[in-house]
Write a protein that binds this ligand. Structure first.
Ligand code: APR
Length: 168
């Protein structure tokens, strides 16, 4: 599946149609990749986010990218991991589904995802990666016109997990 690409790096550097932000329900910024994206995009991003009035977990909203090389930011809110039996897998899957749906609705062709929920929200990396790859593969089969989905791993161990899952 060459339309999925796994890289190790900083998502704020990617020149794609949209990068996905692992946000919180306020959409008013935070730490981790959320903090990095807001820092790189500049204050106009927060101004636009204020007008969105938040976002429930599992859903996604789109803004411009401002000073980022990416044209858009798709903000999605992942589940906080508790024990895997509180609907976390379904919510994480819907983050990918809703982000990709928004990309298609906005006629975008390339998108980059971070490893949603696997930082502050403590989702186990391997389980999260399996959900990400499953949802992205399903989406690409149904959307042959979509050009590329990049999964940006900040850490080497995330990269190794994705690489091993994609190789089998
Ligand atoms: N580029 C790509 N990935 C990054 C970057 C970056 N610049 N910075 C961090 N990451 C990775 C982390 O290493 C992790 O693998 O993003 C993944 C998601 O981790 P978090 O950013 O902590 O996001 P999440 O676990 O979804 O928690 C969301 O954290 O920052 C707050 O406001 C955010 O409340 C929300 C919560």
């Amino acid at each position: 599946m060459e339309r999925i690409e796994i890289i190790q790096g900083d998502i704020t550097h990617l020149q794609v149609d949209a990068i996905v932000n692992a946000a919180n329900t306020s959409l008013l910024g935070g730490g981790g990749v959320d903090g990095a994206i807001h820092r790189a995009a500049g204050p106009e991003l927060l101004e636009e986010c204020r007008k969105l009035h938040g976002c429930p977990a599992g859903e996604a909203k789109i803004t411009a990218g401002y000073r980022l090389p990416a044209c858009h930011v798709i903000h999605t809110v992942g589940p906080v991991y508790r024990n895997g039996k509180q609907g976390e897998p379904e919510l994480l899957a819907s983050c990918y589904q809703n982000s990709l749906r928004l990309a298609v609705e906005n006629n975008l062709k390339t998108i980059a995802f971070p490893c949603i929920s696997t930082g502050v929200y403590r989702y186990p990396q391997r389980e999260a990666a399996a959900i990400a790859i499953h949802e992205i593969s399903l989406f690409l089969k149904k959307n042959p016109a979509f050009e590329k989905v990049i999964i940006v791993c900040f850490s080497r161990d995330d990269y190794d997990i994705y690489f091993s899952l994609l190789s089998c």
